[in-house]
Write a protein that binds this ligand. Structure first.
Ligand SMILES: Nc1ncnc2c1ncn2[C@@H]1O[C@H](COP(=O)(O)OP(=O)(O)OP(=O)(O)O)[C@@H](O)[C@H]1O
Ligand SMILES: [Mg+2]
Length: 460
């Protein structure tokens, strides 16, 4: 398992009081208030029409209603003064015939409707209903003496006014729609040009999180975003430098550790070896000089000899752990084979399959030490933790890298895996060489996989 930085999205997530709004895209956030504003303006327009148009209709037709009253009064006066009122009335009715809004209706004819307004036919009924047109028609009685001979009717024609309001309404709706379309298009393209560089910035940050500091983020979009892209590029450069410094430090650390171990191994070997040999020789000399062969079992000399042998073996084991002489003497491939034999002898029931590339022998220095140590720790972990029945070990040279894989069919990694000394050391060694380490469960097997880049090709 590669150690990972905490996910950016998690740390950036904000608690929101309005989750629906937070789920909306930037485009929707710009367009929705715009649409709401335009729809609101249209509704307000409709409300204004409904509120003010009755009064407006009444005002505009007040003159006509007054005229009808004046005509009726004048006719009544003329009829009262006329010698032949009926003749005067007939002449009046004939003369009035051309006026559309004022009409004379003789008494006894079929009574006309009192609501006599005329509406245009090409305006929808809902719009006319919205206008709330008041009752504007009026009736004025005409008398000769005391006899009711007919009525002057005022019947306004509202077609032109309604049509005018309808056309005005249509113009407002059309300009609102055009405005909305223009605003929508502008918001769509503006956010598009802003969002694309933001997406590139996000992709660049993700690359950085994955350790790729080389690809620069293109400077695009509005100045604010371009500035952020430039700063992200500078951050990448700084991280790259830090990462290189860190790797160099790790490499030095690992090299120093190996030197120290080698030094310790040499000291142990040079100091302990002769002393142990001397103890063995003296123990043999202490035994009965007459007797031939090794000292008698149970005798003090035999005890000293056994303890010295055990100490010698322990010393050899510690020396091997501290500095694998095999790598230098036998070459890396043979040293790994020796490790495998050792593992097999410690766990005789374990079935070990291996593929060790002989070209590994051409490696030297830190990379061969690292390969050896990674396999050594991988094997130790399988023996200590896995309870496996099969183990596979692959170490090959593949192009410009070394691939190492230790797999087992054991119990698997613990759920809350924490790196101990072994995996931490492995990780540090691999990072020092700019390699990659993964520890994971794959297809029912536990896998420790490592890639180490080679400075120069081998085996050609
Ligand atoms: N092959 C494996 N199968 C199951 N668990 C494993 C395997 N390899 C490692 N682990 C788990 O990973 C943990 C960390 O391993 P690591 O090698 O870092 O420490 P360790 O082996 O416990 O101790 P040491 O520091 O001595 O190596 C182990 O304790 C073990 O739980
Ligand atoms: Mg371990």
């Amino acid at each position: 398992m590669e150690p990972k930085l905490p996910r950016l999205s998690k740390s950036l997530s904000t608690k929101s009081s309005n989750p629906l709004w937070n789920r909306l895209s930037l485009r929707a956030r710009l367009l929705l208030p715009l649409a709401a504003m335009i729809v609101g303006a249209l509704l307000l327009g409709g409300l204004a029409l409904e509120t003010f148009s009755p009064e407006q209709f009444a005002d505009e037709n007040a003159q006509g209603a007054r005229s009808a009253q004046l005509v009726a009064d004048a006719l009544n006066a003329a009829l009262a003064a006329a010698n032949n009122p009926q003749q005067t009335l007939d002449a009046f009715a004939d003369g009035l015939g051309t006026l559309a809004a004022i009409e004379f209706v003789p008494a006894g004819s079929k009574p006309p409707r009192t609501t006599t307004e005329t509406y245009p036919g090409n305006v929808p009924a809902w719009f006319t209903a919205l206008l709330q047109i008041p009752q504007l028609g009026s009736t004025h009685p005409i008398r000769i003496g005391t006899a009711h001979v007919g009525d002057i009717l005022f019947k306004p024609d509202l077609s032109a006014e309604i049509l005018e309001k309808w056309v005005g309404f249509l113009a407002i709706v059309a300009s609102a729609a055009a405005l909305m379309l223009l605003a929508g298009l502008s918001a769509y393209f503006t956010t598009g040009t802003a969002l694309h560089p933001l997406a590139q910035l996000g992709a660049g940050l993700t690359r950085m999180r994955n350790g790729d500091f080389d690809a620069t983020i293109p400077l695009a979009g509005p100045p604010e975003i371009r500035r952020s892209c430039a700063e992200a590029n500078e951050l990448a450069a700084t991280l790259k430098r830090l990462s290189r410094d860190n790797r160099n430090l790790l490499r030095k650390l690992v090299a120093v550790q190996d030197d120290e171990r080698r030094e310790l191994a040499r000291e142990l070997h040079d100091e302990m070896g002769p002393l142990l040999f001397a103890i063995r020789a003296n123990a043999t000399a202490l035994s009965d000089p007459e007797a031939e062969g090794p000292p008698e079992p149970g005798s003090p000399a035999h005890g000293i000899l056994s303890a010295a042998e055990a100490l010698q073996q322990a010393n050899r084991r510690v020396l091997e752990g501290l500095s694998p002489v095999y790598v230098a003497e036998l070459g890396l491939a043979a040293s790994i084979q020796a490790l495998l034999r050792n593992a097999q002898s410690q766990a005789p029931g374990l079935c070990v399959a291996s593929r060790i590339d002989h070209r590994l022998n051409e490696l030297d220095g830190l990379i061969s030490q690292t390969t050896y140590r990674v396999i050594q720790e991988g094997l130790t972990n399988v023996l200590r933790h896995a309870q496996a029945t099969t183990m596979g070990v692959v170490a090959t040279v593949n192009g410009d890298q070394i691939q190492i894989e230790i797999t087992d069919d054991g119990v698997g990694l613990p759920r809350d895996l924490t790196f101990g000394r072994g995996l931490t050391g492995m990780h540090d060694r691999v990072r020092a060489l700019d390699g990659k380490l993964q520890v994971l469960r794959e297809h029912g097997r536990t896998v420790a996989r490592c890639r180490l880049p080679l400075d120069h090709p081998v085996g050609q």
